[in-house]
Design a protein around this ligand. Sequence first.
Ligand code: ADP
Length: 715
Amino acid sequence: MERLGRTPVNDYHRPVILKSWEGSGMITHSVAEQLRLIDRAVTILTRSTEALLRATSEESLLQDICHIAVDVAGYNLAWVGYPSADATRPVTPVAVAGPDSAYLDEVHINWNDDEDGGGPTGTAIRTGATQIIRDCETDPEFAPWRDVARKYRLRSTISLPLGDDKDRLGALNIYSGDVDSFDSDVIRLLEGLASNVTYGVRALRMKAEHDRAIHGLAESESRYRLLIETSPDAIIVHSHGTILFANPASATVFGAIAADEMVGHPITDLVHEDCPSAAEWRLGCPGPGQNACEFRLRHRDGTPFDAEVISTAIVFHGLSAQLVIIRDVTDRKQVQAQLIQATKLATLGEMAAGLVHELSQPLNIIRMTAEGALLFIERGKATPDWQAQQFQVIADQSQRTAEMIDDIRIFSRRDDSPEQIFDAIAAIRAAIGVFDGQLRPDDIALVADLPSAEILVKGRAIQLEQVVMNLLANAHHALKDKQERHETNGWSGIIRVATEINANRLTITVSDNGPGIPPTLRDRIFEPFFTTKDAGRGTGLGLSVSFSLIAAMGGQLEAVSQPLGACFCITLPVTGSRRTTPASPPEPPPSPADAHIMVVDDERTAGDALAHFLRELGYRVSTSNGGTQAWRLFSKDPADVVITDLRMPAGSGEQLVEQLRDYDPLLPVIIVTGHLGATERLNERLQDDRCAVLKKPVALGKLAGLVAGFLHPPI
Ligand code: ADP
C-alpha cells in the first residue's frame, strides 16, 4: 500500500500519515491548526448542503460548490472536471472558482493510464479512489504539473471522485496554498461532500430529464391536439357505443351544429340503415385494424354517404374505447366512377370500327336472306320448308346481333349496383365475347382456357369484365404494334386467357406474345395517364383504373415478367364455386287463351309484327302508337297484359306504366326497350313479379312465354 506521496484514501479509519514538505520527516499539526482544517471542511460541507437544496441546475450547483470551497472555506482553487470520451480522453473543467483558476489554462489533464493521466484528477476518475497530494513540491507523481502549481502557489491538493463505478461523473478538485491541508478527518468530511455533490448532480439530472419528458409530452399533446382539431376527417372516440369525443370536423362530416352536440349519443346514430355492417358498429368496433373499411353512414338529416373508416382500440380517460377516423369518400367515389365510365367509353370508342364490322356480318346475312326469300316468293318458288329454313337463318342471325348488342350495353352502362357474389368465369367469358370479334381482322388468336364450373367472387361483375377487356385491348394494341413494325416473320399473334385456383384465390392471367413491357416502364404503367401510345390511341387510364377496381374487390393486379411478351395477373379471393347445371329445356308455353293484350310501340312495323305474332297465338290484340293513345284505349277496354316500348313521342311508356299501376297495381306489364341503362333502372323501380323488362331485339318465343306465364301463373 502506498504511504508516501499521492495516497489513495477511501478508508476513513485509516490513520493519515503526514510528511513534511521539506521531505525531512513527519510533521504533526498543532491542535489549533487541526481544528482550523476541520472547521473549514465542516463549513464547506454545511454550506454545500444548503447549495444542494437551492440548486436549480447541475452547472449552478457545481459552480456554487467551487465558490463555497474558495470564498467561504478559503481554499485557493476548486474545480470540477468531467471526463471526455474522445481519443485523448481529456478532463474538461465544468465549474471553477478561485483567484488561481488560470492554473487550469496552463496544465493538461486527462484520465488516460499514462503520465498525463497519472495525476490526482485523472487517477480519481479512472480508479474511483480519492487522491491526495500532500506536497506538490516533493510528490514525484505531481512532477508534470509542479512548475505551474508553484507559479500559482498551490502546495497540496485533493481529488474526490464523483459518481460510482457504474456511472463515473468526474472529480471535484480542491487546492490549498498550504502543505498537508487534508488530514484524515478533513478527507472524511470532503468525501461526504463529494457524495452530496454526486447525489445532487444525479437528482438534478433526473429532474432535468423529467422536465424534458414533461415538456416533450406537453409539446406532443399540443401537436396531436392541433392535428385532431384541424383534421378534415371526423375523429370520434366511443366507449361501448357511446360517443365520448368528437373533433370539430365531425360536425362538418355529419352535419351536426357542433361536435360537442354528438357527445353522449350512440355511435349507431351515425350509421345508415342500409349499411350491411351496422351490427359491427353496434358492437363498437367498425373496421378493426389499420385497414380502412367502407361503410354507409348518415348525415344528421338522415341522408346517406359513403365513408372510409379506420378504428383503433385506445384508453380514453381510463376507459377502454375505440378511436374511429371517418373520411367522407362521396366526392372521390364520384370522380372514380366518372373515370371508370370515361375509360369504358374510350375502350368502346376504340372498338367502334371492330364492332361495326361484327354487326355488319349478321345484318348482311339477314338482308341477303330476306331479299332472296322475297324473290323466291315472287317467282312462286318458295316451298313452305324452304321458307321456314330462311326464317330460321334470319332468326339466328338476329339472335347473334342481339347478343353482341347486349354485351356492349352491359359494358357501357354506369355501374352503381351494390357488391354481389358473381361468377368470375362468366364475367371473363362476357369480356372475351365482346372482344373476340375485334381480333379476327388482325389475324390474332385468342386462346381461353377456362373451367366449366362457376367460380364465385365478391364485387361487381361488370367491373371484372371491364378489367379483362382493358387487358385484352392492351394486348391487342401491343400485338398490332408488332405487326405494324414488321417484326412478324413466321410469327402469329396470340392472346391467352387462363385461370387457376390456389389457396382459395383465383388467378386470372392475360398474356400475349407481343413486344412485352420494358423493365424500366414496369413500375410506371399503373400510374394514371401513363401511356406509350400515340395521342388518340391511349388514355393511360386503363391499367390504373383496372388496378383500383381489382383492389376494391380485395384483389391484386400486377404485371409479371415472362420471357416473351407481356403477362398480367389478376388475383381475387374466392367465395365459393359451383358446377354449372345444364340449362333445363324451355317449358312449352301454355295454350293461348282468349285474353286481351295491348301492344304499345311508336314504330309501327315493330308493333304490327308483335301483334301478328300474338294474334297468331290466339290472343285478342289491340295496338297504340304511344302512351297517350294507349291510356285512352285502356280506359275504355282494359287489357289483361300490356306490352309497351319506353321512348315514344306520343306519350312516354314510363308515364303509361305509372297510370296503369295506379289503376291496377297487379296488372301485368312487359316493357320492351333498347334504351341503354333503362333496363336496370326500371328493374329497381318495378321490383315485383307482375312486371318484366325485355331488351330489344326481342325473342318472340321468350315474350310469348312471359305473356302466358302472367295469364296462367303456376299454382
Ligand atoms: P393505355 O392503354 O391507354 O396506354 P394503360 O394504363 O392501359 O393505358 O396502359 C399503360 C401502358 O402500359 C401502355 O401505354 C403500354 O405502354 C403498357 N402496356 C400495357 N399492356 C401492355 C401489353 N400487353 N404489352 C405491352 N405494353 C403494355
